[in-house]
Design a protein around this ligand. Structure first.
Ligand SMILES: C[S@@+](CC[C@H](N)C(=O)[O-])C[C@H]1O[C@@H](n2cnc3c(N)ncnc32)[C@H](O)[C@@H]1O
Length: 322
């Protein structure tokens, strides 16, 4: 079967904000099938360091290596480690960074990766193919911890009942397939009249936990702050409100609108490049207007998976905003 490639979301908007320049250096922190990397490399005679934690994305990287030669470098790893990953190539400042958070269409569509409740597969969900799998979590954690995962990462109101049903089922036999888990959840949630599959939220929660997605995003944003050169630009695309909230919170802790200091922090006393909640409140990131974008109806019609995307844009340090 031919693998359907991931359709990049809001590609034009991403390139517009990043505005790649000749001789610039850019990081695509979530390479996937390489749609963003390719667009950046085509927009200017620049270099792109592309990071993905999923080793299976290497095959897409090889195509870009052939097409763009030394202008393109693929790195296997977590974008939260972007500083050390590019330092190995002698880079300690970049002109722009893009993060297109979450899973790719390839990952969801391959049942053997275990992300989908629609197709049966092993209960895996690991983007990086290493560490603990979803089956390890579902069969190994206590009932309360499981409930918390569904509640906090999946916003599932019936989290406690789901966790209790899981524990009852695994006492009979381990839960090893996505279809087994989805059936247990569906029986608890019911939801004949629900638009989305009743397993959607719990699967999302489990995936976020297995891949430590929120921690990666928080650390990735701080790493981006450390790596961007003055006037460097950051684009972050998220796919649900919990992730967008992390980006928004980060933005608000680092940004004043043009010329203003942050409303959220005390007066300016600290050094640059310190962590969240530091004493330093000079705005380090600046926001364009509007500061976030969502896909057009046309794009959603052509690519329904884009419907929940939010793009946030900012620049590091004062810059003439477009
Ligand atoms: C939504 S897709 C990106 C699609 C890409 N923009 C394109 O045009 O094809 C997300 C990709 O990011 C990767 N990913 C997610 N979190 C990551 C992290 N913390 N570090 C590195 N890669 C990550 C996933 O493995 C997946 O391949």
């Amino acid at each position: 079967m031919v693998e359907a490639l991931h359709k990049p979301v809001m590609l034009g908007e991403m390139v517009d904000w990043l505005s790649p320049k000749d001789d610039g250096v850019y990081i695509d922190g979530t390479f996937g099938a390489g749609g963003y990397s390719r667009a950046i490399l085509k927009a200017a005679n620049c270099r792109v360091f592309a990071i993905d934690r999923d080793p299976s994305t290497k095959k897409f990287a090889e195509k870009l290596e052939q097409e763009f030669g030394e202008r393109f470098v693929w790195l296997l790893g977590n974008f939260s480690d972007m500083c050390s990953l590019v330092a190995m190539h002698g880079v300690n400042a970049v002109n722009g960074i893009v993060l297109d958070i979450g899973v790719s269409s390839m990952q969801i569509d391959q049942s053997e990766r275990g992300f989908s409740f629609k197709k049966d597969g092993p209960l895996d969900m690991r983007m990086s193919d290493s560490g603990q799998s979803a089956a390890d979590v579902v069969n190994g954690l206590g009932e309360e911890e499981l409930a918390d995962i569904f509640y906090y990462y999946g916003e599932e109101k019936m989290s406690r009942k789901i966790a209790s049903a899981i524990v009852a089922a695994r006492n009979v036999a381990p839960i090893e397939r996505t279809s087994q888990l989805a059936d247990i959840i569906r029986k608890v949630v019911g939801g004949k009249h629900m638009k989305a599959d009743p397993a959607t939220r719990s699967f999302q929660g489990l995936r976020i936990y297995v891949n430590q997605e929120f921690e990666s995003l928080e650390n990735g944003l701080k790493a981006a702050e450390d790596l961007l050169a003055p006037s460097g630009r950051l684009v972050v695309v998220t796919f649900h409100s919990l992730e967008d909230r992390i980006v928004k919170r980060f933005t608000h802790s680092r940004c004043g609108k043009l010329g203003e200091h942050s409303r959220h922090l005390p007066s300016m006393v600290g050094p640059q490049h310190s962590g969240v909640g530091s004493e330093w409140n000079a705005p380090r990131f600046f926001l364009p207007k509007p500061e976030k974008r969502i896909p057009s109806d046309l794009e959603i019609g052509e690519n329904p998976r884009s419907r929940s995307a939010t793009m946030r844009m900012m620049s590091y340090g004062k810059v003439a905003l477009v």
